[in-house]
Design a protein around this ligand. Structure first.
Ligand SMILES: N[C@@H](CCC(=O)N[C@@H](CS)C(=O)NCC(=O)O)C(=O)O
Length: 221
């Protein structure tokens, strides 16, 4: 039996969705975030030393890191090869987006979240304007010039096809879902109508809805 160690409001939402797309039976062990730090609980470190979510167990195996979990589940259970192209440009594009999600887009989104949180953190009142100015400058000079071209590139890609790799859903769409949902709460989407359309499209899928019903309400931080 597959067990998903599911931290609330986290990337493990993607794994629940993938399991639903594959029509597999699985169980969920739920974990709560620390209300102050948003960290996962110590108990997650008993499953994997880094204590991050998602992590799954399947029999004796423990698999961590979303991309590795996705590839493992497809290798083992996507017998009809529905969610991963088998060759050619489609396979290359699939791999590109699968890795882009955590390798390129997420680091900038995490940086943005940290910078957005800094001015809200408790600190002496006279330090607040300085903290706000530093956070604003880092976002303006470092994060925005890097994240904007990425978002524009995604926007263009989603303007050319329904999904990241053509007209069929692949696991690359599942992997890209979390950063795009997170970006929609961390920046304005007015310039990115195709990304907004993609988010609506995934959230309406029956398998996504089933995953939500089993894993509980989901929001990005
Ligand atoms: N690149 C990793 C990131 C894992 C990760 O940072 N997960 C977050 C949840 S979205 C987490 O566990 N946060 C809790 C913590 O850092 O304590 C993956 O995709 O699996």
């Amino acid at each position: 039996m597959i067990t998903v160690h599911h931290l609330e409001n986290s990337r493990s939402q993607r794994i629940l969705w993938l399991l639903e797309e594959l029509g597999l039976d699985y169980e969920i062990v739920e974990y709560k975030r620390d209300p102050e730090t948003a960290s996962g609980p110590e108990s997650l470190k008993k499953v994997h030393p880094l204590g991050k979510s998602p992590v799954i167990t399947d029999g004796d195996l423990t698999v961590a890191e979303s991309g590795a979990i996705i590839e493992y589940l497809l290798d083992q259970y996507d017998v009809e090869k529905r969610l991963r192209p088998t060759d050619g440009k489609a396979l290359l594009d699939y791999r590109y987006w699968l890795h882009f999600a955590e390798g390129s887009l997420m680091p900038l989104l995490v940086m943005k979240l940290v910078m957005m949180k800094i001015p809200e953190s408790p600190m002496p009142f006279f330090v607040k304007p300085i903290a706000k100015a530093i956070s604003g400058k880092v976002q303006e000079k470092f994060i925005l010039p890097r994240i904007t071209p990425q978002m524009q590139f995604i926007e263009k890609t989603l303007g050319e096809s329904t999904w990241f790799v053509g007209e069929e859903l692949t696991a690359a769409d599942i992997q890209m879902s979390f950063p795009l949902q997170a970006s929609s709460t961390r920046m304005s989407m007015t310039e990115f109508p195709n990304i907004a359309r993609f988010i609506k499209q995934i959230e309406a899928l029956p398998a996504y809805q089933k995953a939500l019903a089993k894993g509980g309400a989901f929001t990005t931080l």
